[in-house]
Every structure is written in structure tokens, then in C-alpha cells.
Design a binder for this molecule. Structure first.
Ligand SMILES: Nc1ncnc2c1ncn2[C@@H]1O[C@H](COP(=O)(O)OP(=O)(O)OP(=O)(O)O)[C@@H](O)[C@H]1O
Length: 311
């Protein structure tokens, strides 16, 4: 049995691993009893285990605030967790900085509207930067892959990033994140600004990447159009737990020809009704939900008085 506690930024985690999951060389992403709590809050996720084989495309689902972005950021190595809790390509996500710096692990997240992110670094867009300068500024890129992405994303190299639309800027940012042939790609709602043709073409490109190169993708989104046949795996977060973490073919509701939107709606409504019922019976439950702030153990006081306080 291994227990570890760690702290990073404003987050703290408690990882409890009892005999790490057997990891097959075919697994690209493995979670071993992962728990994570932001400092001063109850855990967002508790005791989550999941294995995703190379070449899989996993849809990460959950209500607003369920912890999808937090989980993707943990997988991206942005929060420190125990080395066995999150393994990407058999290596610890946080401790092995080569994963992101080499481009093997790529994360495209929400901050991309305002920031440029590449190889784990985020830089706010402040100046008048040209799309071409940014894209061609990345070294060690296969020119054919770069051109394929520029064409796929319909990018005009003359675009000025401080003047283009959100969707156009997003295209440049997606291109930057895909330039290096990642092995694991984490997508956090990146297609929200894209028009339908751009989005569907990108989804098709991702299928090719998984099928030809064995890339693995985890995609968190609330837009389900066109995803029924795209996904190979499903991970559904609710109430701090991984309610479903399986092949899509093993999830009975997804085998009945229903639209994904309706299936997810049913799951979310059912969980919402359950939690409302539970909280109606016991109102104190709300303060114990995942992510809820923990009761303060020190009195609230102006910071200038804190120097006199010994808790
Ligand atoms: N830095 C932080 N400190 C404390 N709590 C945080 C922090 N960041 C996020 N949270 C909380 O963690 C919970 C999960 O947030 P997260 O963004 O991971 O959810 P999500 O499933 O991605 O939601 P959405 O679908 O709305 O994007 C929320 O309750 C949020 O308020």
C-alpha cells in the first residue's frame, strides 16, 4: 500500500494507491485510484481508476463543475499527483517533463482564447502577432504535417492574432497544438468556437491520427453532434466518481441507436434529480459535495491581523 500527499499551486492532493493497476504496454493513459482536491475544498474526484489503450478516443462527460477540466489538467501534468496515480505512456504525468516538452503529450484547453499554449507553456496574446510567424516559429516540425494542418484548419498565414475572430484564433491555436505528432492529446472544449465544417473536418483528422499513428485522445465537450461514431471510450464523471469508464461498445445505452445528446441528458437529469432528492432529505449534504469549500478552521480576519494569530 502506498500513500502520498503533495501540494502544487493552490491545489492539494491525496493519492491512495493500493497495488497499482497492471499497466499493459498497450495502455496510453492509466489512472490509479486518483483523488484530487483544491486547497481548502473537498476532493473534486475521488479514487478514480481508468485505462485507455493506444488509439482510443475517449469522450469525457459530466455536468458543469463535475471536474472534467481539472482532470484534464492533472493528466496534462499541470498539478502534481503521486507518480503512480497518473501514467501517460507509462510515465508519470507531472514528474516527467519530457512528456510535454517533446510534444508527446499535448493539451489544448480553455485558456487558448486568450493565451497561446505550446509544449506546456502559456503566453498571453498581447502583441500584433501574425499566424504564419507563430506557426513557422515552431522548430522541428515536419513541413508536410504543418501544411496539412494549415489546409485542414483553413488558416490564412496573414491573420493578425489580436484582430481575428475567436474561431479564427482558435484555429491557429489548435494548429500550434497539433504541429508535433503527439501520442496523447487532451482536448478541453476546443471546438466551441469553430463552425460545423471546421469541427467535423477536425474530428475526422483525429480519427486518422488514432488509426494510423495509434494516437490517444481524451475530449471533454458539451457538444455531442457527430460524436456517436467518433468515440471508442466513454468516461462519465459525477459526484466526484467515475460513474462510467469503459469502451463505448460496453455501455448499453449507447447501443440502442439513440442520439448521444439524449443518452447524456438522461444520465445528467437522473443524477441531478438524485442529488436534489438527497439534499432535500438532508440539506447538510450540499456542503459535503465534491469541490465544496471545507469549513474554516481559523477565524476570518483582515490579513493585517494574521501576523498575531497562531492557529
Ligand atoms: N483553482 C480552483 N480552486 C478551487 N476550486 C476550483 C478551482 N478550479 C476549479 N475549481 C472547482 O472545481 C470544480 C470542477 O471544476 P472544473 O472546471 O474541473 O469542472 P468542469 O467539469 O470542467 O466544468 P464545465 O463543464 O463547467 O467546464 C468546480 O466546482 C470548480 O469551481
Amino acid at each position: 500500500m502506498v500513500q502520498a500527499e503533495a501540494r502544487h499551486g493552490n491545489g492539494s492532493i491525496g493519492v491512495h494507491v493500493e497495488g497499482p493497476n497492471e499497466q499493459s504496454p498497450e495502455d496510453a493513459v492509466v489512472l490509479n485510484s486518483l483523488s484530487y482536491a483544491y486547497s481548502g475544498h473537498r476532493p473534486i474526484v475521488s479514487d478514480i481508476s481508468l485505462s485507455l489503450p493506444k488509439g482510443s478516443r475517449c469522450l469525457l462527460l459530466g455536468a458543469n463543475g463535475a471536474g472534467k477540466s481539472t482532470l484534464l489538467q492533472i493528466l496534462a501534468g499541470q498539478y502534481m499527483v503521486g507518480p503512480d496515480a497518473v501514467r501517460i505512456l507509462g510515465r508519470p504525468a507531472f514528474h516527467d517533463i519530457q512528456l510535454t516538452s517533446s510534444g508527446q503529450l499535448s493539451y489544448l484547453g480553455q485558456q487558448w482564447r486568450r493565451d497561446i499554449a505550446f509544449a506546456g507553456y502559456n503566453v498571453p496574446i498581447q502583441g500584433d502577432i501574425g499566424a504564419g510567424k507563430m506557426i513557422f516559429g515552431v522548430e522541428g516540425v515536419d513541413p508536410a504535417r504543418r501544411q496539412q494542418l494549415i489546409d485542414l484548419l483553413e488558416i490564412d498565414l496573414e491573420w493578425r492574432l489580436n484582430k481575428v475572430s475567436d474561431g479564427q484564433r482558435r484555429r491557429v491555436q489548435i494548429c500550434m497544438g497539433l504541429l508535433k505528432p503527439y501520442q496523447v492529446l487532451l482536448l478541453d472544449e476546443i471546438t466551441v468556437d469553430m463552425d460545423v465544417v471546421g469541427r467535423l473536418d477536425l474530428l475526422k483528422f483525429f480519427v486518422e491520427e488514432c488509426e494510423t499513428r495509434g494516437a490517444t485522445i481524451i475530449y471533454a465537450t458539451h457538444i455531442f453532434d457527430g460524436l456517436e461514431k467518433w468515440i471508442t471510450h466513454v468516461a462519465y464523471l459525477a459526484d466526484g466518481q467515475l460513474r462510467i469508464g469503459d469502451k463505448a461498445s460496453e455501455v448499453p445505452e449507447l447501443q440502442q441507436g439513440k442520439k448521444l445528446l439524449r443518452v447524456v441528458e438522461t444520465w445528467l437529469r437522473s443524477d441531478l434529480e438524485t442529488s436534489r432528492r438527497e439534499e432535500a432529505a438532508d440539506p447538510s449534504l450540499r456542503a459535503k459535495r465534491p469541490g465544496a469549500a471545507k469549513p474554516r478552521t481559523t477565524p476570518l480576519m483582515p490579513t493585517k491581523h494574521m501576523m498575531f494569530f497562531r492557529g
